[in-house]
Design a protein around this ligand. Structure first.
Ligand code: EPU
Length: 420
């Protein structure tokens, strides 16, 4: 099993290009199923979750061609409608094929994902919305079977905003009869990107990016080409890395406004951030001012940057409170950060972080994608060697993180760790 060996203490300098957003690329791949032809997606990140989604599309009968950062999906031969448990278990975003399959073929069979390391993460809101659109839903041996001769536009109010739920329902409603109104919809930039792609295919969507999305169903959608937006979470991760290590890094090919919530917290912590339309330059130096964060739906502070910001607050000169409001169990990085010398106590959905002068290298184990990133960041500033185990989590969502960090001056090596 691969691991990362990091010798901390090297400030990061230089510039790093931000890759395409994993969480925009996944629904875009699923959306190709809505058409009968070849759709080409560019600026696709080279990460494991994209490989998994490509495998799922292939299992459904699609043909995939990859060339550097572009992926073409030929959906003419798609002749299956089920996302099996092996794939859904590995990657929850597999449920995103539900909406497009139902819209195009009138049926979809998607295994129920089950819990994961950050919380229960049910898909009840996806399913309730599909029922409202007219799908008949049954649970057969752990798989959700959805059938509908024709979906009909309706009014859907989400009890809470759900990102993939909003995307799934948008992809189902684009071909429904009549108008669908989604209220309390998620507002993340990835939703806007999907709406833009669907519109290029011929869909009629307004309001994406607000909490009310209106979709007029159309009969047919046509293949298109689409460039995926930059990964705001990857950008945020490198912004924190630059500050934590006492360096100065420019992030290019990104959209600063997509991480405004983080940038204001970085400034409050004493970092310097300068912005252009498509880049930022971040510098900082510990000890930081203690800053509280409270995760929320977009445009609030992203849960996907909570662990990384917490790693930074370990080096503050006071006490900060990190509140996690999106997922009920997303503090798995806390005991691992404490192994590196951090002083963090969990109280319900808050983590109380008391700043320390320094961290010290140790062996730590990654539990999920963003937790892994926080451990890498902590390793970059810890004295001596840190070994981060189980980095397959990191590879699911960060394109070449070790290489990008090494190019910025980090002492980081990927090694084949001992077999378990
Ligand atoms: N929820 C329900 N029922 C549902 C759907 C969601 O109770 O049917 C709850 C969830 O359990 C959670 C909250 O609603 O407590 C919000 O979950 P959401 O559905 O928005 O999350 P998601 O769509 O499963 C996406 C990202 C996650 C990111 C969250 C929140 C993708 C592929 N995944 O997940 O990304 O953390 O939104 O922003 O877009 C990551 O990249 O590391 C990652 C976990």
């Amino acid at each position: 099993m691969q691991e990362l060996k990091i010798i901390g203490g090297k400030p990061l300098y230089g510039s790093v290009r931000i890759s395409g957003a994993k969480n925009a690329a996944l629904p875009a791949l699923a959306a190709t199923l809505l058409t009968d032809g070849v759709t080409t997606l560019s600026n696709m990140p080279d990460v494991r979750d994209i490989d998994s989604m490509c495998k799922l599309l292939q299992a459904l009968g699609a043909r995939i061609k990859r060339q550097e950062y572009s992926i073409s999906v030929d959906t003419r031969m798609v002749n299956k409608w089920n996302a099996p448990h092996e794939l859904v278990r590995k990657m929850r975003a597999s449920v995103l094929v539900m909406g497009p399959l139902l819209a195009r073929f009138g049926k979809a069979e998607v295994s129920l994902p089950g819990g994961c390391t950050i919380g229960n993460r049910p898909i009840d809101l996806h399913i309730a919305a599909m029922k409202k659109l007219g799908a008949e839903v049954s649970l057969v041996k752990g798989d959700t079977h959805l059938v509908s001769k024709r979906l009909s536009g309706t009014h859907i109010y989400f009890d809470r905003p759900t990102v993939t739920g909003t995307e799934n329902v948008m992809m189902a409603a684009v071909k429904a009869d009549g108008k669908t109104v989604l209220e309390n919809a998620a507002r993340e930039p990835e939703i806007v990107d999907l709406a833009e792609m669907l519109s290029k295919m011929g869909a009629q969507i307004t309001g994406a990016g607000s909490d009310k999305i209106v979709i007029e169903g159309v009969q047919t959608l046509v293949p298109t080409s689409h460039k995926i937006i930059p990964d705001r979470i990857e950008a945020g991760t490198y912004a924190v890395a630059a500050a934590m290590t006492g360096g100065e890094v420019s992030l290019t090919d990104m959209k600063p406004e997509m991480i405004s919530s983080l940038l204001s917290k970085l400034r409050a912590a004493g970092c310097t951030v300068s912005e252009t339309d498509n880049s930022i330059t971040v510098s900082g130096k510990p000890p930081f001012m203690p800053v509280d964060i409270s995760t929320a739906e977009y445009p609030g502070f992203p849960t996907d940057l909570q662990a990384q910001f917490m790693a930074m607050m370990c080096l503050s000169n006071g006490e900060s409170v990190v509140a996690e409001n999106i997922f009920e169990d997303r503090f798995k990085h806390v005991p691992e950060l404490n192994r590196l010398g951090a002083d963090i106590v969990i109280k319900d959905r808050n983590a109380i972080v008391r700043g320390v002068n320094s961290l010290t290298g140790a062996i730590v184990t990654a539990s999920d994608l963003r937790a892994s990133a926080s451990l890498v960041l902590a390793g970059l500033v810890a004295e001596d060697e840190t070994r981060v185990l189980r980095i397959y989590h990191l590879d699911r969502g960060y394109d070449s993180m070790d290489k990008k960090l090494a190019e910025l001056g980090a002492d980081i090596k990927r090694t084949e760790g001992p077999n378990p």
